[in-house]
Design a binder for this molecule. Structure first.
Ligand SMILES: Nc1ncnc2c1ncn2[C@@H]1O[C@H](COP(=O)(O)OP(=O)(O)OP(=O)(O)O)[C@@H](O)[C@H]1O
Length: 309
C-alpha cells in the first residue's frame, strides 16, 4: 500500500529552464507557472505537442533536475530531488534505457552485451517472484533471451520487466510503449490500471499514442506549447470528454488531443506569419506576439539568429 500523503504529485507554480544563451528570460523557460496535483491512485495522461516539456516535467518528477524553489515539486509528500528514499518507490522509464552514448554528442546505441535476461538485476527479480512471473507473462519475456540478440520491442519489454518488478508508489512513463505490439500494450495498460486500483500506486504517462487509452486515465494534464498548464484535472470533469462520451464517439482521447493540438497549431501558424512579416521586431519582449513558435529551450537553434549574437 502506498504511504499516506495527500498528494502523490504536487507541483506548485513551477518555472524551469535549461542553461541557455537566449537573452530573453521568458524565452528560456521550458515550463512556466506549472501546477499539477495528483492524489494517490491516479492515472494521469500527460499530453502535449512535441517540445511542450513533457519529458522535462517527468524528469523533474523523477528527481533528475533540481528546481528553484525546491519546494515547488513534491513527490509522495517529499522532496522530489533530494529524498533518495524515493528511489525505492519511484520508477522512471524512458526511451533512453539501455542506450550507450558513443563518441557523437547526443548519439546512443543500444545495450548489446551478451547477457541473459534472467540474470539481469537477478536479486531484484528473485525478491518479487510473483510480480516477475506475472510481468514475464504479460510482456512475453523469455528469461533466456540474450541482450545482444533482441529486437527493439523485445529490449523495451525487458526494460519494462526490470523497471516494474519492484512495487512502486509512483511510476513515470515517457513514451515507453511505442514499440510494443498491440496485445502487449493492452495487457500492460490493464496491469498498470490494477496497480493503481489495488495498491494505490500513481502513474504519470506521457504518450502520443491514444489508441486503447479511452478508459485508462483518471486524470489528464495538457501541457501547452508555451510550457504552461493548458488543462488539468479529472477526466470526468472535462466537458469535451463528457460530450464525446455522450455522443458515443469511438475514440474520445484521440479527439481531445487533436482538438487541443490543432488549436495550438493554428495559433503557432498565426504567430509564425506575424514573425515573418515583422522580422526582428517580433522578438521584442514587450510584444504580445513574442515567442510563440520556438521556445528555444536549447535544442532548437533559434528562430532568429540575432538571439544568439
Ligand atoms: N537537456 C536540454 N538542454 C536544453 N534544452 C532542452 C534539453 N532538453 C529539452 N530541451 C528543450 O526543452 C523543450 C521541451 O523539451 P521536452 O523534451 O521536455 O519536450 P517533450 O514535450 O517531451 O517533447 P516530445 O513530445 O518531442 O518528446 C524543448 O524546446 C527542448 O528543445
Amino acid at each position: 500500500m502506498a504511504p499516506l500523503c495527500e498528494y502523490a504529485v504536487e507541483v506548485k507554480n513551477l518555472t524551469f529552464e535549461y542553461p541557455s544563451s537566449l537573452p530573453d528570460p521568458d524565452a528560456r523557460k521550458v515550463l512556466k507557472n506549472l501546477n499539477m496535483r495528483l492524489v494517490p491512485g491516479s492515472r494521469c495522461l500527460l499530453l502535449g505537442a512535441n517540445g511542450a516539456g513533457k519529458t522535462t516535467l517527468l524528469r523533474i518528477l523523477a528527481g533528475k533536475h533540481l528546481t528553484q524553489p525546491e519546494e515547488a515539486v513534491r513527490v509522495m509528500g517529499t522532496d522530489a530531488f533530494r529524498d533518495l528514499k524515493l528511489n525505492l518507490s519511484r520508477a522512471f522509464l524512458d526511451t533512453q534505457w539501455g542506450m550507450r552514448t558513443v563518441a557523437f554528442a547526443g548519439y546512443g546505441c543500444p545495450l548489446q552485451a551478451d547477457i541473459r535476461v534472467g540474470d539481469m538485476m537477478q536479486k531484484l527479480q528473485d525478491t518479487y517472484p510473483e510480480r516477475r512471473d506475472a510481468l514475464m507473462e504479460i510482456l512475453g519475456v523469455d528469461p533466456d533471451w540474450r541482450m545482444h540478440r533482441v529486437s527493439d520491442g523485445q529490449r523495451r519489454r525487458v526494460q519494462l520487466l526490470l523497471g516494474l518488478v519492484r512495487p512502486f508508489d509512483i511510476l513515470l512513463l515517457d513514451e515507453v510503449t511505442t514499440c510494443l505490439d498491440v496485445i502487449v500494450r493492452q495487457d500492460l495498460l490493464l496491469w498498470l490500471k490494477e496497480e493503481t486500483e489495488t495498491r494505490g500506486a500513481t502513474i504519470v504517462y506521457a504518450t502520443h499514442i491514444f489508441d486503447g487509452l479511452d478508459d485508462w486515465p483518471s486524470h489528464l494534464h495538457f501541457l501547452a506549447r508555451d510550457g504552461t498548464t493548458g488543462w488539468e484535472g479529472r477526466l470526468d470533469d472535462l466537458d469535451l470528454y463528457k460530450r464525446l462520451r455522450k455522443e458515443g464517439h469511438p475514440s474520445p482521447m484521440l479527439k481531445i488531443a487533436t482538438t487541443w493540438l490543432r488549436a495550438e497549431l493554428a495559433a503557432t501558424t498565426k504567430d509564425r506569419k506575424y514573425e515573418k512579416e515583422n522580422g526582428e521586431a517580433a522578438v521584442d519582449a514587450s510584444n504580445p506576439h513574442n515567442l510563440s513558435t520556438d521556445r528555444g529551450g536549447g535544442f532548437n537553434p533559434g528562430r532568429m539568429l540575432s538571439y544568439y549574437a
